[in-house]
Design a protein around this ligand. Structure first.
Ligand code: FMN
Length: 343
């Protein structure tokens, strides 16, 4: 409720210091129990029970510093990372831009993070607090990228409610080539082999910049290998943008990504035909956006960029609005609305 008052001061800072300030403020917040949820929002995906379908997308809490605080803000799940096996500094600054006129963000952070080992004790300390996913990636300088994913899976599995294999960041050169059929086959085999017996579900996060043949191949290869697909990461495409930062290199997220991400959700829903659960991300900023993504096939949704513009109360506002929309349309559970617009 206070965020509209604070926002002008936050926006006077450059985007990256503002982000760090928000993390510091959250760390000071006592991470109490999550708020009570409307039971209409509870849902089961990949064997996990989510109190609500609104998650925090990867990249906000790369080092797993505040997942319990995010759950206390009303997120049904929080995804930390991307964490790479070794710490790495990421790209030179500036590398994060607020496109205020477009309600968007461009980032070319490049997987800046303190590394998996440093995050482990923090993540161990929040076990049992709720659903905390761990998003893993490869180091920029890795000689064998696939081996980095295997390392991440083996190391982080004991601490994760679920693991996300992120092969869709545009800011590590060549990373998205792992979405190609031959590379993806090898990667998924290595991930399965590295997963300990009884390990957590494995999600795969894809880019929105895919051709129909890529989508078909990813859906086919994921069957039996992946427990859910996250659709999608940021886009390297550039729709018309009003902000002076529109020409910056990197991944675009927020409002201008919404239409593309919604279309990719439909594409993947058709390609997977209900056999793999889908998680929608990209430009979701309201209960209406979340509801539309669910009706297009998403069992869960995630948000990041809209938090910059709407503030920390957004998850709870989306949850309240989503419950109303579901009741208005006669649904008893959020799962009953998944994909209804496709039928
Ligand atoms: C600053 C920033 C950093 C991000 N870092 C990551 C990351 O490390 N790993 C990842 O899988 N996605 C990352 N993302 C992508 C988001 O998780 C999300 O998929 C994307 O931003 C679309 O959602 P949005 O429009 O709600 O932001 C990042 C996004 C932003 C804006």
């Amino acid at each position: 409720m206070l965020y509209p008052l604070i926002r002008p001061f936050v926006f006077r800072l450059d985007a990256e210091p503002a982000h760090r300030l928000s993390l510091a403020a959250l760390k000071l917040m006592p991470a109490g129990a999550p708020p009570k949820m409307d039971p209409i929002l509870a849902t089961q995906v990949a064997g996990l029970t989510f109190p609500n379908p609104v998650g925090l997308a990867a990249g906000y809490d790369k080092d797993g510093e505040v997942p319990a605080q995010m759950l206390a803000l009303g997120f049904g799940f929080a995804e930390v990372g991307t964490l790479t096996p070794l710490p790495q500094p990421g790209n030179p600054r500036p590398r994060l831009f607020r496109l205020v006129e477009d309600r968007a963000v461009i980032n070319r952070m490049g997987f800046n993070n303190g590394g998996q080992e440093a995050a482990m004790p923090r993540l161990a300390a929040v076990q049992g607090r709720g659903i905390i996913g761990i998003n893993i990636g490869a180091n920029k300088d890795a000689v064998d990228r696939i081996a980095d994913y295997a390392t991440g899976v083996a190391r982080m599995a004991p601490l994760a409610s679920y693991l996300t294999v992120n092969i869709s960041s545009p800011n590590t050169p060549g990373l998205r080539a792992l979405q190609d059929e031959a590379a993806l086959t090898e990667l998924l085999a290595a991930v399965r082999a590295a997963l300990p017996e009884g390990g957590p579900p494995v999600f795969l996060k894809v880019a929105p910049d895919l051709e129909p043949a890529d989508i078909e191949a990813i859906a086919r290869l994921s069957l039996g290998q992946v427990d859910a697909l996250i659709v999608s990461n940021t886009t390297i495409s550039r729709p018309a943008l009003a902000s002076r930062f529109g020409g910056e290199a990197g991944g675009l997220s927020g409002a201008p990504l919404k239409g593309l991400a919604q279309q990719r959700m439909r594409d993947f829903a058709k390609a997977t035909a209900g056999k793999i659960p889908l998680i929608g991300a990209g430009g979701i900023a309201s209960a209406e956006d979340a509801y539309a993504r669910i009706r297009a096939g998403a069992s869960l949704i995630q948000i990041y960029s809209a938090l910059v513009y709407e503030g920390p109360g957004l998850a709870q506002r989306i949850n309240t609005g989503l419950a109303q929309l579901l009741r208005r349309d006669g649904f008893a559970h959020v799962a009953d609305a998944v994909g209804v617009d496709l039928r």
